[in-house]
Ligand binder design. Structure first.
Ligand SMILES: [Fe+2]
Length: 374
């Protein structure tokens, strides 16, 4: 915080919109001096240098309005010591297969691959796969960084995220509360690599998790109604980043399609200026997008924040989408009686329960949804 500034909070109206849409933009949340320091640090980085633990970047949260805003809306959290440095160079559409199994140039909406966080990603095969769906699954999980170790919770993706969070393989998504991204360049016009969000999808994903849990207790891909792989995609091996029922609920005759006629939900680019930041719920479908029209590389610094109350005994770095495990899938120690997977399932099925300062807006939003239904 800059000296002399008053503690900033979301207004009641911002909280109402955050509840309804699943994301909120906090304009000029970060002072210019911190934005410039972060930009200078990125500009001065050595080739290949990783800035994920650099204080010039973590200061964007730790020394800005974002800390009091989140303390008020969410509650207490560990100050981030790491971040995802989301830099996307300008580029034209390409021929390569993306993670959902389609050629980048065939994918509508600037190549958006809408997904929920906490999901494993194993690099997409660049030649179409052959064989039965079972053979493709087996070969694909064997192509991860740990090689062919069979189907288990030990399998990791190239994004460090485990195939399953728990040893019993009943939870295949990591979880947290706030997905936070700070803008460091001009992203006021579409096509500049913005993070895209699918407004209101956070309600649908929460309902879907509740439904999955009620079926057999398994949540995420490979649970009820959600396949892991899409063997009908162009390369026959796309990651299924959202359940089919959610994709169907957010598409209609106006939706753009891939050449096979499949409809894709139209996301909203989060238009921001340097110093703006967006807080989104963990539950929202979102994606990076192609920086086709930017004036420079797209620079978003991304944080994943969880209320300290979920696991008071663990210290989080602020980068991981699977904080119930270590960054490289290590098994963490929990005291007897503390089942981290059950706690996370509870939070995923009741997404606002841990947002301590949102209770009023949530009650109001739920009440008006009930009234509208009646
Ligand atoms: Fe993501």
């Amino acid at each position: 915080m800059e000296q002399g500034s008053t503690l900033r909070k979301l207004t009641d109206d911002e909280k109402r919109r955050f509840y309804a849409d699943g994301y909120v933009i906090v304009r000029q949340a970060v002072p210019k001096a911190l934005v410039e320091a972060a930009r200078n640090r990125i500009r001065g980085a050595e080739r290949g240098e990783n800035l994920w633990m650099d204080t010039a970047l973590t200061d964007l949260v730790n020394r800005s309005d974002l800390t009091p805003v989140l303390n008020d809306a969410l509650g207490r959290f560990d100050p981030p010591s790491a971040c995802q440095v989301g830099i996307l160079k300008r580029r034209d559409p390409g021929e390569s297969f993306n993670n959902v199994g389609y050629r980048d140039c065939d994918m509508p909406y600037f190549g958006a691959e809408l997904h929920m966080d906490g999901n494993i990603t194993i690099r997409s095969p660049q030649e179409p796969m052959e064989g039965t769906p079972e053979e493709i699954y087996r070969r694909h999980i064997a192509s991860g960084p740990l090689g062919d170790i069979g189907r288990s919770a030990e399998v990791l993706g190239h994004n460090h995220t485990p195939l399953f969070q728990d040893p019993e393989m009943t939870l295949s998504l990591g979880s947290f509360n706030a997905f936070l991204f700070v803008c460091l360049n001009d992203q006021t016009e579409e096509g500049r690599g913005q993070t895209m969000v699918l407004p209101r999808s956070h309600h649908a994903s929460e309902q879907f998790f509740q439904w999955q849990r009620a079926q057999n207790g398994c949540i995420g891909p490979e649970g009820p109604g959600w396949s892991r792989l899409d063997t009908k995609a162009q390369n026959r091996c796309g990651m299924v980043y959202m359940p089919d029922t959610m994709r169907d609920a957010f598409t209609n005759a106006d939706s753009l399609t891939t050449p096979d006629g499949r409809r894709w939900p139209k996301p909203t680019p989060v238009l921001m200026e340097p110093g703006d930041a967006c807080i989104a719920t963990y539950h929202i479908l979102h994606s990076g997008s192609r920086n086709e029209r930017g004036t420079e590389s797209r620079k978003n610094i991304i944080f994943r924040i969880r209320n300290k109350s979920r696991q008071p005994g663990q210290v989080l770095t602020g980068i991981s989408d699977h904080p119930d495990r270590g960054w490289s899938g290590e098994w963490l120690e929990y005291e007897p009686g503390n089942n981290p997977w059950e706690r996370s399932k509870n939070a995923m099925c009741d997404q606002w329960a841990e947002w301590e300062g949102m209770a009023g807006a949530v009650a109001e939003g739920r009440k008006s949804a009930e009234t509208a239904k009646a």
